[in-house]
Write a protein that binds this ligand. Structure first.
Ligand code: TLP
Length: 352
């Protein structure tokens, strides 16, 4: 069966041009800083995000962990949204490895931080020995668990203003920064300039097999290189990875608009199916979050029936699901997925 895999944009496979670039990449030992392809990718990435320097790391998780560890001394706090990927999906790395406390602030449905809570959190007197000292504010754009929402530049500017007023830097988890740029009709550097450091992933909608980049001031990136080594993330002939990254940054950004259009169509189609509630999204990108309104049992049947028909989505709780569009998913796949969803829902409800 031809599977329509909407679990994540991480399932994307490299393009033929990437495979060719990987095969032909000029290589060296990157721990010595001698891989020309890695050096080139880091230069291009830094330039695209408007930062001084960049560092290639194996994953988005390591990009965030390294960034948090460089910004935050042991026992300090990183303030971020309660629904931030770094808070919920990164295995507690900042605390486990760096002794950093995560201070969660409420996220609004559109991915923004509750600014009153943020102000409150920032106003805790760091001179008082009872309290851990805040060292960083983290924002996420696009915001995965908040429906893949692109977060507005205005909001980011407010967060940065508040953080800087308290002497704190801002790190942007921009795993999908290029999706955000397209949805906000801007460029990645305009988004990244609202944060001191930013990371983004090559291995999601950009379809590379591996890799993320951390971008920031040169001194920060030098320190990040050391922390990456501590974590065992120093890679040798990593030009193999970087070669695909260079192709991605050249060829895969503009087409993300197609994923957004497919997600819009998917959201529209799902909302016409009785028993499904699609979460509204003002700035939708490539994700659709929806609920089965008839309880967990129907939801679980719906999920299996859909899977039996070759459509994969991912459960987020007992009735909430996520579907993600990406390279390899066409408008025709979306129509087929919608037909399958309508049928799966009929079977799931008739059994209850
Ligand atoms: N997100 C993955 C899963 O971990 C949930 C997905 O399928 O969406 N920041 C954000 C905003 C992310 O969405 C992810 C991955 C990461 C960081 C971590 O990236 P990787 O998977 O490369 O470690």
């Amino acid at each position: 069966m031809d599977v329509i895999d909407l679990r994540s944009d991480t399932v994307t496979l490299p393009t033929p041009e990437m495979r060719k670039a990987i095969a032909e990449a000029e290589l060296g030992d990157d721990v010595y800083g001698e891989d020309p392809t890695v050096n080139k990718l880091q230069e291009v990435a830094a330039q695209m995000l408007g930062k001084e320097a960049a560092l290639l790391v194996p994953s988005g998780t390591m990009a965030n962990l390294v960034s948090i560890l460089v910004h935050c001394p042991r026992g300090s706090k990183a303030i971020m949204g309660a629904k931030a990927h770094s808070n919920l999906y990164e295995a507690g790395g900042a605390s486990a490895v760096g002794g950093v406390i995560i201070s969660p602030v409420r996220n609004l449905d559109n991915g923004e931080l509750d600014l009153d809570e943020l102000r409150n959190e920032l106003s805790m007197p760091s001179s008082n020995p009872h309290f851990a000292r805040p060292a960083l504010v983290v924002i996420e754009n696009t915001h995965n668990l908040c429906g893949g929402a692109a977060v507005s530049l205005n909001h980011m500017a407010e967060v940065r203003h508040l953080a800087h007023a308290h002497g704190l830097p801002v790190h942007l988890d921009g795993a999908r920064i290029f999706n955000a740029a397209i949805a906000l009709e801007t460029t990645a550097d305009k988004i990244a300039q609202l944060a001191d450091t930013a990371s983004f992933c090559l291995s999601k909608g950009l379809a590379c097999p591996v890799g993320s980049l951390i971008c920031g001031p040169r001194a920060f990136i030098e320190e990040a290189r050391r922390v990456r080594k501590v974590l065992g993330g120093g890679m040798r002939q990593a030009g193999i990875i970087a070669a695909a990254g260079l192709v991605a940054l050249r060829t895969m950004i503009d087409r993300l608009a197609e994923d957004h259009e497919n997600a819009r169509r998917l959201a529209e189609g799902l909302s016409n199916i009785e028993g499904l509630f699609v979460e509204p999204q003002q700035r939708r990108t490539n994700m659709v979050f929806f609920r089965v309104t008839r309880g967990p049992e129907t939801a679980s049947r719906f999920y299996s029936e859909l899977k039996n028909r070759g459509v994969l989505i991912i459960p987020r709780d007992s009735t909430r699901f996520r579907a993600v569009t990406h390279y390899g998913i066409t408008a025709e796949h979306i129509e087929r997925a919608l037909d399958a969803a309508a049928l799966a829902m009929r079977v799931a409800t008739s059994a209850s």
